[in-house]
Design a protein around this ligand. Structure first.
Ligand code: SAH
Length: 216
Protein backbone atom coordinates (compact mmCIF):
# COMPACT_ATOMS: atom_id res chain seq x y z
CA UNK A 1 0.00 0.00 0.00
CA UNK A 2 1.31 3.48 -0.89
CA UNK A 3 1.17 6.45 1.47
CA UNK A 4 -1.99 7.84 -0.17
CA UNK A 5 -3.87 4.57 0.37
CA UNK A 6 -2.52 4.32 3.88
CA UNK A 7 -3.82 7.81 4.63
CA UNK A 8 -7.26 6.92 3.25
CA UNK A 9 -7.32 3.74 5.34
CA UNK A 10 -6.36 5.67 8.48
CA UNK A 11 -9.07 8.31 7.95
CA UNK A 12 -11.64 5.59 7.21
CA UNK A 13 -10.76 3.94 10.50
CA UNK A 14 -10.99 7.25 12.42
CA UNK A 15 -14.51 7.67 11.00
CA UNK A 16 -15.49 4.06 11.71
CA UNK A 17 -14.28 4.38 15.28
CA UNK A 18 -16.25 7.64 15.64
CA UNK A 19 -13.29 9.85 16.42
CA UNK A 20 -14.28 12.14 13.55
CA UNK A 21 -17.60 12.82 11.83
CA UNK A 22 -17.73 16.45 10.70
CA UNK A 23 -17.37 16.87 6.94
CA UNK A 24 -14.82 19.68 7.21
CA UNK A 25 -12.62 17.67 9.64
CA UNK A 26 -12.73 14.59 7.41
CA UNK A 27 -11.93 16.65 4.33
CA UNK A 28 -8.95 18.34 6.00
CA UNK A 29 -7.56 15.06 7.36
CA UNK A 30 -7.87 13.43 3.94
CA UNK A 31 -6.06 16.35 2.34
CA UNK A 32 -3.15 17.22 4.66
CA UNK A 33 -0.29 14.81 4.21
CA UNK A 34 0.98 13.77 7.65
CA UNK A 35 4.11 12.32 6.09
CA UNK A 36 5.26 15.89 5.29
CA UNK A 37 5.37 16.51 9.05
CA UNK A 38 7.43 13.58 10.31
CA UNK A 39 11.20 13.03 10.01
CA UNK A 40 12.40 11.13 6.91
CA UNK A 41 13.22 7.92 8.76
CA UNK A 42 9.63 7.73 10.10
CA UNK A 43 7.76 8.47 6.87
CA UNK A 44 6.70 4.85 6.48
CA UNK A 45 4.99 5.10 9.91
CA UNK A 46 3.25 8.42 9.14
CA UNK A 47 -0.20 6.81 8.86
CA UNK A 48 -0.05 4.67 11.98
CA UNK A 49 -2.49 5.99 14.56
CA UNK A 50 0.35 6.74 16.93
CA UNK A 51 2.41 9.70 18.17
CA UNK A 52 5.85 9.92 16.55
CA UNK A 53 9.12 11.55 17.63
CA UNK A 54 9.84 14.82 15.82
CA UNK A 55 13.16 15.63 17.54
CA UNK A 56 14.07 17.69 20.63
CA UNK A 57 12.22 15.12 22.76
CA UNK A 58 8.84 16.21 21.31
CA UNK A 59 6.13 14.32 19.43
CA UNK A 60 3.51 14.81 16.74
CA UNK A 61 0.23 13.70 18.36
CA UNK A 62 -1.60 10.54 17.31
CA UNK A 63 -4.07 11.19 14.46
CA UNK A 64 -7.10 10.12 16.53
CA UNK A 65 -6.19 12.69 19.22
CA UNK A 66 -5.79 15.42 16.60
CA UNK A 67 -9.16 14.35 15.15
CA UNK A 68 -10.89 14.46 18.56
CA UNK A 69 -9.50 17.94 19.19
CA UNK A 70 -10.52 19.27 15.75
CA UNK A 71 -14.07 17.97 16.32
CA UNK A 72 -14.42 19.33 19.87
CA UNK A 73 -13.02 22.77 19.07
CA UNK A 74 -15.96 23.42 16.73
CA UNK A 75 -13.93 25.39 14.18
CA UNK A 76 -15.70 27.65 11.69
CA UNK A 77 -14.57 29.36 8.50
CA UNK A 78 -13.00 32.78 9.04
CA UNK A 79 -11.98 32.22 12.66
CA UNK A 80 -8.79 33.46 14.29
CA UNK A 81 -7.19 30.63 16.23
CA UNK A 82 -4.25 30.35 18.63
CA UNK A 83 -2.39 27.05 19.02
CA UNK A 84 0.06 26.55 21.89
CA UNK A 85 2.61 23.86 21.01
CA UNK A 86 3.23 24.07 17.27
CA UNK A 87 5.52 21.01 17.14
CA UNK A 88 5.62 19.72 13.57
CA UNK A 89 2.92 22.11 12.33
CA UNK A 90 0.51 19.27 11.43
CA UNK A 91 -2.34 20.27 13.75
CA UNK A 92 -1.93 23.94 12.72
CA UNK A 93 -2.12 22.98 9.02
CA UNK A 94 -5.35 21.02 9.56
CA UNK A 95 -6.82 23.93 11.52
CA UNK A 96 -5.84 26.37 8.76
CA UNK A 97 -7.48 24.12 6.18
CA UNK A 98 -10.75 24.26 8.15
CA UNK A 99 -10.83 28.01 8.95
CA UNK A 100 -10.14 28.69 5.28
CA UNK A 101 -8.69 31.70 3.48
CA UNK A 102 -10.54 34.19 5.65
CA UNK A 103 -9.28 32.65 8.87
CA UNK A 104 -5.84 32.61 10.48
CA UNK A 105 -3.87 30.35 12.79
CA UNK A 106 -1.16 31.66 15.12
CA UNK A 107 0.90 28.78 16.43
CA UNK A 108 3.38 29.20 19.28
CA UNK A 109 6.36 26.91 19.71
CA UNK A 110 9.09 27.35 22.33
CA UNK A 111 11.81 25.40 20.49
CA UNK A 112 13.16 27.42 17.59
CA UNK A 113 14.42 24.46 15.55
CA UNK A 114 10.98 22.86 15.60
CA UNK A 115 9.34 26.17 14.72
CA UNK A 116 11.59 26.54 11.65
CA UNK A 117 10.79 23.00 10.51
CA UNK A 118 7.07 23.51 11.12
CA UNK A 119 7.16 26.63 8.97
CA UNK A 120 8.78 24.70 6.11
CA UNK A 121 6.26 21.84 6.46
CA UNK A 122 3.34 24.27 6.30
CA UNK A 123 4.81 26.01 3.27
CA UNK A 124 4.98 22.66 1.50
CA UNK A 125 1.20 22.43 1.99
CA UNK A 126 0.83 25.98 0.61
CA UNK A 127 -0.80 27.11 3.83
CA UNK A 128 1.85 29.63 4.85
CA UNK A 129 -0.47 32.61 4.24
CA UNK A 130 -2.92 31.24 6.79
CA UNK A 131 -0.47 30.15 9.49
CA UNK A 132 2.00 32.22 11.47
CA UNK A 133 4.45 30.31 13.65
CA UNK A 134 5.71 32.34 16.60
CA UNK A 135 8.66 31.30 18.77
CA UNK A 136 7.94 31.90 22.44
CA UNK A 137 6.22 30.82 25.64
CA UNK A 138 2.65 30.11 24.60
CA UNK A 139 1.53 29.67 28.22
CA UNK A 140 1.39 33.49 28.23
CA UNK A 141 -0.59 33.49 24.99
CA UNK A 142 0.06 35.94 22.17
CA UNK A 143 -1.34 39.27 23.21
CA UNK A 144 -0.66 41.23 20.02
CA UNK A 145 -3.21 39.27 17.99
CA UNK A 146 -5.78 38.66 20.76
CA UNK A 147 -8.67 38.09 21.21
CA UNK A 148 -9.08 34.68 19.55
CA UNK A 149 -12.23 32.78 18.54
CA UNK A 150 -10.57 29.52 19.47
CA UNK A 151 -7.49 28.53 21.47
CA UNK A 152 -6.07 25.03 21.75
CA UNK A 153 -3.10 23.72 23.66
CA UNK A 154 -1.31 20.59 22.49
CA UNK A 155 0.78 20.06 25.60
CA UNK A 156 0.00 19.03 29.16
CA UNK A 157 -0.84 21.96 31.40
CA UNK A 158 -1.06 21.99 35.21
CA UNK A 159 -4.23 24.09 34.92
CA UNK A 160 -5.84 26.60 32.60
CA UNK A 161 -3.44 29.53 32.15
CA UNK A 162 -5.25 32.78 32.97
CA UNK A 163 -3.64 34.73 30.06
CA UNK A 164 -5.22 32.25 27.62
CA UNK A 165 -8.66 32.74 29.17
CA UNK A 166 -8.13 36.51 29.02
CA UNK A 167 -7.18 36.32 25.32
CA UNK A 168 -10.30 34.36 24.36
CA UNK A 169 -13.22 36.23 22.77
CA UNK A 170 -16.56 36.32 24.53
CA UNK A 171 -18.32 33.22 23.19
CA UNK A 172 -14.96 31.65 22.36
CA UNK A 173 -13.82 28.09 23.07
CA UNK A 174 -10.54 26.79 24.48
CA UNK A 175 -9.38 23.18 24.50
CA UNK A 176 -6.61 22.06 26.85
CA UNK A 177 -5.10 18.87 28.27
CA UNK A 178 -5.10 19.72 31.98
CA UNK A 179 -3.60 17.63 34.77
CA UNK A 180 -0.22 16.25 35.79
CA UNK A 181 2.86 15.63 33.65
CA UNK A 182 1.85 11.96 33.42
CA UNK A 183 -1.86 12.11 32.68
CA UNK A 184 -4.37 14.76 31.73
CA UNK A 185 -8.05 15.36 31.02
CA UNK A 186 -9.05 17.05 27.79
CA UNK A 187 -11.06 20.07 28.96
CA UNK A 188 -13.21 22.28 26.73
CA UNK A 189 -13.80 25.74 28.19
CA UNK A 190 -16.43 28.15 26.89
CA UNK A 191 -16.31 31.81 27.79
CA UNK A 192 -19.63 33.56 28.31
CA UNK A 193 -19.05 37.01 29.75
CA UNK A 194 -17.20 36.49 33.02
CA UNK A 195 -18.37 32.89 33.24
CA UNK A 196 -16.26 29.93 32.09
CA UNK A 197 -18.06 26.61 31.61
CA UNK A 198 -15.97 23.44 31.46
CA UNK A 199 -16.61 20.07 29.92
CA UNK A 200 -14.34 17.04 30.36
CA UNK A 201 -13.73 14.93 27.25
CA UNK A 202 -11.66 12.27 28.99
CA UNK A 203 -8.11 11.14 29.47
CA UNK A 204 -5.11 11.95 27.30
CA UNK A 205 -1.32 12.12 27.50
CA UNK A 206 0.71 14.99 26.06
CA UNK A 207 4.28 16.26 26.46
CA UNK A 208 4.46 19.03 29.09
CA UNK A 209 3.72 22.70 28.59
CA UNK A 210 6.91 24.31 29.84
CA UNK A 211 6.69 27.97 30.74
CA UNK A 212 5.56 30.68 33.10
CA UNK A 213 1.98 29.37 33.36
CA UNK A 214 2.91 25.75 32.73
CA UNK A 215 5.37 23.35 34.33
CA UNK A 216 8.73 24.84 35.34
N1 SAH B 1 0.66 20.14 17.76
C1 SAH B 1 1.92 19.53 17.45
C2 SAH B 1 2.42 18.55 18.50
C3 SAH B 1 2.72 19.24 19.76
S1 SAH B 1 3.91 18.50 20.80
C4 SAH B 1 1.90 18.84 16.08
O1 SAH B 1 0.87 18.87 15.39
O2 SAH B 1 2.93 18.31 15.69
C5 SAH B 1 3.93 19.83 21.95
C6 SAH B 1 4.82 20.97 21.57
O3 SAH B 1 4.64 21.98 22.54
C7 SAH B 1 6.31 20.63 21.58
O4 SAH B 1 6.86 20.92 20.33
C8 SAH B 1 6.89 21.57 22.66
O5 SAH B 1 8.16 22.08 22.34
C9 SAH B 1 5.85 22.68 22.69
N2 SAH B 1 5.79 23.48 23.91
C10 SAH B 1 5.94 23.07 25.19
N3 SAH B 1 5.78 24.12 26.03
C11 SAH B 1 5.51 25.21 25.25
C12 SAH B 1 5.25 26.59 25.52
N4 SAH B 1 5.23 27.09 26.76
N5 SAH B 1 5.00 27.41 24.47
C13 SAH B 1 5.03 26.94 23.20
N6 SAH B 1 5.27 25.65 22.88
C14 SAH B 1 5.51 24.80 23.90
Amino acid sequence: MGLVDEREALIDSLIRNQYISKAEVIRAMRKIQRHFFVPDHLKSAAYYDHPLQIGEGQTISAPHMVGIMLERLDLKKGQKVLEVGGGSGYHAALTAEIVGEEGHVYSMERIERLAKRAEANIKRCELDKRVTIVVGDGSCGLKEHAPYDRIFITCASPGIPQPLIDQLKDGGKLLIPSGSIYFQDLILCEKKGKKITKKNYGGCVFVPLIGEHGFH
